[in-house]
Write a protein of this length. Sequence first.
Length: 344
Amino acid sequence: MAAKVDVGLFDWLDRGSNSTADLYESRLKLIELADKAGFYGYHLAEHHGTPLGMAPSPALFFSALAQRTTQIRFSPMAYLLPLYHPLRLIEEVCMLDHLSQGRVEVGISRGVSPYEIGCYNVDPETTREIFAETLDIYRAGMCNEVLEHSGKHYQFHDVPMEMQPLQRPYPPLWYPSFSEAGAAYAAQHGFNYLCLGPPALVTQLMAHYDTVAAQHVNDPVRFNGHVATPKRGAMRQIFIADTDEAAMAIAKPAYENWYNSITQLWHRHGDSSYDGFFGWDGCFAGETILIGSVSKVRDQIQQLVADSGINYFVGSFAWGSLSLEQSRQSLELFISEIMPELQN
């Protein structure tokens, strides 16, 4: 491979079969392993009202993570901006930036699930405009000593911004999306970009990102203009074992547990919109989940990188009913057998 590819860790803190306290500790141990192995970043999904939502406040989990690691950077993937008061968001990000000695990054989204947004009594029809206004306030608050803003949803006058970030002008921003419109928006503002989908879709979205980014590279109002080389990455759920058969025997039932979690709130509302998107057959065939021996998974990752031109590969190694030991063994095989080739 011609270009260096950084490696990241993606996570849902889905309930699984253990206590929530054990869940937190097991994840922190995995992140410690990734930290020592030289992973660039750890990315935590934010969910509400589902078994995936055992970290509904990513900032709280990151406070613990910052004390247990020394190198790995971390970000929500993503903060659901319509659910956050902008001033509180600014203050908490600044705190995390200092607690971690400048290792925090910030993923942002308006949210995919109307049912999760509804848990907070927010009208899904308003999320786009609230997202945009919150992001404007976020930048203004990070970059000025006094916050002034008059908008449709928020008004601030003469608010002293005593909390300032360690990273200037503010921590790098991420935008996750698996749509062409989302890729274009990320590229326009120079956001670090993370997508999900089959290799052909990833390749298409990365090409679109590059095209749009080239058109806006000199725009003075880009939100992430202070990041010279944005990360353009793809995420995969992974389980590696000694053989394809051994990996499949463990991973398929674990995935079923995860699938039930991610679709539970949709099903509670009689909505099966995402059943096909997250179903085992389509995801396995479409290589959004990589299950098998080291050689099989290595080949799939190498092909994805070569075809799509991504400079960031993100793996999720703990999901569903996988135990800490199963996730650890899979991650260790990735670290020793696959990661060196990606990074060199």
